[in-house]
Structures are given as C-alpha cells and as structure tokens.
Design a binder for this molecule. Structure first.
Ligand code: GTA
Length: 323
C-alpha cells in the first residue's frame, strides 16, 4: 500500500467496507521475510496445504494480520523428466526386496509452492480459514429474508476485488473471455486457486457485470439469458484456450458463497475442488432448468448449507431457534 500505516481497527473496517485503496494498481510484493508466524489456522495432509496466520510488523512497530496459504502444486507431466534428471539428491529411506522409498530433492525451479496471501487480513478472514466444526443449516425462504439477508447486508466480505476485475483495474491481462453486455454479460478469469501451470486443477470463475445479483437466492427466469451465456460461452472459451471439453467441466454456483456478487465456478471434473460438495455446489445447468420450470424456484425452496460453529450467521440461526 502506498499510504502510511493506519490504525489496525480502522484498516479492518476499511477492508470490510472495501474502501481500502486496493484497486490492484500498485501492489508491492508481500514482505514474506518479515512475517511473524502467529499460528497455524489449518493444515491438510490430503491437499498438501497449510493455512497460516501471520503478522507483519511495520517500522513503527505496528502489527498487521495476514493469512498465508502454502500449497504444494500438482506435477506437470512435461516437467517430470526434468525432475528425474535434475534432482539435487536422492536419499534412500528404506529398502526391502524389490521395494524402496527415497527422499528426492528437486532444484528450486521444480519445487514451486503456490502461495496465496490475504493482507491485510480481517478477523473474518482468520475465522474463515480456521479449522472448525461445521453444522448443516436448512434455510427456508423466510429464514433467508429474516436471518440471512440482513446478515449479508451488514456483514459480508468486501467485493472490491470483483469490481477491480470488472473495471479492469486488476487481473486485466488474465481475462480469458468477456461478454461486455451490462445485463447479460460477464468476465471469465482464472480463479485465485489455480496457478495455470497444469490442467488437473483447472479452476476459473465467471463474474457477472450486473451488480444487483447477490446469490442464487436472487435468481429468477429474468436471469436465464445471462446464465445461458455463462454456461455456453464459458465452456467454449475454456475449450478454445485450454483444450478441455465442456463435458469435463464442473460448472456450479456456491450457496452460501463467500462473496455476494453472482459468480460461477468452472473446475476440472477430475479435480476435487474445495467447495464442490453437495451441501454447497449447485450445477449451473440444473439452476437453469429449475428457473425455466419456475421463475420463483429459488424464492420458494429451502436450501441446505454448512456453517462453521462460531460463524456469526450460525449464531443468528441459533438465536432464531432454527438449529
Ligand atoms: N481471480 O482476487 C481474486 C479472488 N478472490 C479474493 C477470491 N477468488 C478470487 N479469484 C480471483 N481473484 O473460488 C475466488 C476464490 C473462490 C471464488 C469465490 O473467488 O478462490 P465463493 O464466493 O463461492 O467463496 O467463491 P469460496 O469458495 O468460499 O471462496 P474461497 O475464498 O476460495 O474459500 C474457499 C474455502 O476453501 C475456504 O474456506 C478455504 O478454507 C478452502 N480452501 C481449501 N484450499 C484452498 C486454497 N488452496 N486456497 C484458498 N482456499 C482454500
């Protein structure tokens, strides 16, 4: 950030409100070497990822929270041969008959760790990445109006990063496809979670130009042209650019999303992406069919989702006697 340090509380409020000058313009590299580890928020042996809460101390001595996600990346087929040839060391771990295991130490260019940083991170970011017990909620339309909607209006994460993409203030060079129509158009970009070096974990996201649609709950038949554009043009653009056919893409919306500006996830079918489980993912093709059958489908039916035990929204459902 170009400005001098602001009080921590103030920065958190600004980050939540999306008023921090985060227009993607002059992003300085994150000062990783100055990061002090506060705690491990979560660790996953299966995903080979660790979620860290760190603190960066400014020269004035003030600490600013950060979330740092370190994740080992999938192998790139074309680089495997390099890995075998250019290893710096192969150390025997055990040997038994025809079986043996080794520690192989690759050179730095073949041992990338994908690093995602949220900085400055708010308390809500820390909570989001902290491993916690989860509970299923069954939200009726009345629950949505009385509990969820007021919560979203007062508490949700800033969507400044979405506006930065739509206004080409950030990630403009990463855009894969755009339909510029203000009502029925969208921008397709690689998701944050994908480093684009291999297709196994392909992950893109379509962000709609219209700023009035918060989530699945707002959708009606009026939005069918927009949703059909996303489904068709998104698939075509991904096939053209990455050679992955539409039949190998999982295309879905999250409910609840983290960010209340309508967006659609495109992931490789063979990739078990975070958030692709039945309690969160709604296939776009099914959403389109449901709306074609009944324009008010998502204003009538109950929707199920999981919430972390100490999330404020979970507490609101508890207070209302709905859990
Ligand atoms: N291109 O600036 C961005 C950006 N941001 C801030 C978020 N996204 C972005 N993409 C670009 N640029 O897929 C992406 C996110 C996500 C989508 C928002 O926008 O990567 P959503 O509103 O439905 O919310 O989607 P979701 O899925 O909860 O988003 P998020 O923040 O990724 O959280 C995912 C959950 O998966 C977290 O709770 C986290 O604990 C877990 N997770 C597991 N592995 C990872 C990982 N490697 N990286 C991040 N989160 C992970």
């Amino acid at each position: 950030m170009a400005e001098g340090p602001r009080p921590k509380r103030k920065r958190e409020e600004e980050a939540e409100a999306g008023t921090v000058p985060h227009d993607g313009a002059a992003a300085a590299p994150f000062p990783l070497a100055e990061l002090r580890l506060r705690r491990v928020l979560r660790e996953s042996a299966r995903d080979k990822a660790v979620f860290l809460h760190g603190e960066v101390t400014s020269p004035s001595g003030e600490g600013t929270d950060a979330v740092v996600i370190l994740e080992k990346t999938p192998f790139q087929e074309e680089k495997v041969l390099d890995l075998l040839k250019k290893h710096t060391k192969l150390e025997l771990q055990m040997h038994n008959d025809i079986y043996s295991t080794y520690h192989l130490y690759p050179p730095p260019e073949l041992s990338e760790i994908k690093t995602t940083v949220v900085y400055p991170a708010t308390e809500k970011h820390l909570q989001k990445y902290l491993r916690q017990e989860v509970h299923l909620i069954r939200e009726t339309w009345e629950d949505y109006k009385n509990i969820t909607l007021p919560f979203i209006q007062s508490q949700s994460f800033s969507i400044q990063w979405v506006y930065n993409i739509l206004e080409k203030k950030a990630e403009a060079d990463r855009i894969i496809h755009e339909n510029p129509d203000p009502c029925n158009g969208f921008v397709l970009v690689p998701d944050f979670k994908w480093n684009q070096t291999q297709l196994d974990d392909l992950y893109l996201i379509a962000l709609v130009h219209c700023r009035e649609i918060k989530s699945l709950r707002d959708l009606t038949a009026e939005h069918l042209p927009l949703l059909r554009n996303i489904l068709q043009e998104g698939k075509e653009a991904i096939t053209k650019r990455f050679g992955v056919p539409g039949s190998q893409l999982r295309i879905y919306l999250h409910y609840q999303p983290s960010y209340y500006h309508l967006h659609v996830h495109f992931t490789a079918l063979g990739y078990d992406a975070p958030g692709s489980s039945v309690e969160r993912a709604h296939l776009l093709a099914d959403v389109i069919d449901n709306l074609a059958l009944d324009s008010a489908y998502y204003q009538k039916r109950a929707l199920t989702f999981a919430l972390r035990a100490d999330e404020l929204l979970f507490k609101k459902f508890q207070e209302a006697g709905r859990v």
